[in-house]
Ligand binder design. Structure first.
Ligand SMILES: O=C(O)CCC(=O)C(=O)O
Ligand SMILES: [Fe+2]
Length: 234
């Protein structure tokens, strides 16, 4: 099945419900093992990327990642196919948080808005972690234009290719202690999650919480991920 059809066949009602309740939701299986291997194998190539970041040099953790320049067809298909299912959630979140921006139905229109705002560099990326590596809690913000949801796909199989390396989210609530959540993933599965803020329904109305994500220490083996961020970078 084509990637856009596979995306359309996901349980979007469950995903939207979990996003509203927890700020994160696993997609269920989406990429085949072959697609995961092929994407991870791109990491070793010189061409096709606009930059390579060694995380320890910036205090971001340990491990490295590379931003695509031109997106491979599967990555472009994922970004294009996922966006229309997430735009309604993004718009509902912005309405609930009292934020004025609304997001268009399709990715092309949103990308045009990013470019008009001076954010024209593609943000999808591949990440590679080895033993002892980790990704510090962070937010993927690249300018004023922010789509409030993003997706990360696990390209390696836990238990076989690596151990440890859990995807972690924290939720910082106003005047309260922070909450952590771990999202277990299988190879080929993605996690949809809040980029920086999300609305939470409280007793006295809606409040805004601050979200961060990262990856716990890889205990052994190699772990690859594909990050799909919808806003482009300045
Ligand atoms: O490797 C991971 O699971 C996290 C990747 C990440 O930080 C991202 O996709 O923005
Ligand atoms: Fe990230």
């Amino acid at each position: 099945m084509e990637i856009e059809d596979r995306i359309a066949a996901l349980d979007w009602a469950r995903i939207a419900g979990e996003l509203d309740a927890y700020g994160a939701a696993a997609t269920g299986p989406l990429l085949t093992p072959g697609e995961c291997r092929d994407l991870a194998a791109l990491y070793g190539r010189e061409e096709g990327f606009r930059s390579r970041i060694v995380m320890a040099r910036h205090g971001f953790g340990r491990g490295e990642y590379k931003y695509f320049s031109a997106l491979p067809p599967l990555v472009a298909g994922l970004r294009q196919g996922l966006y229309p299912h997430l735009a309604p959630v993004a718009n509902a979140w912005h309405a609930a948080m009292g934020l004025p921006r609304r997001f268009p139905d399709g990715l092309a229109a949103f990308t045009a808005e990013c470019h008009a705002a001076g954010q024209a560099h593609p943000t999808p990326l591949l990440l590679r972690y080895g033993p002892g590596d980790y990704n510090c809690l962070h937010q993927d913000l690249y300018g004023e234009m922010v789509f409030p949801l993003q997706v990360a796909f696990l390209l390696s199989e836990p238990g076989r290719d690596f151990a440890g390396g859990e995807f972690v989210l924290t939720e910082q609530r106003p005047r309260m202690q922070s909450r952590a959540e771990v999202v277990p993933l299988r190879q080929g599965e993605g996690v949809v999650f809040a980029v920086h803020h999300r609305p939470v329904q409280g007793k006295r109305g809606t409040y805004r919480v601050t979200m961060r994500h990262g990856v716990s220490r890889i205990r052994s083996g190699e772990r690859y991920t594909l990050g799909v961020i919808f806003h482009d970078a300045a």
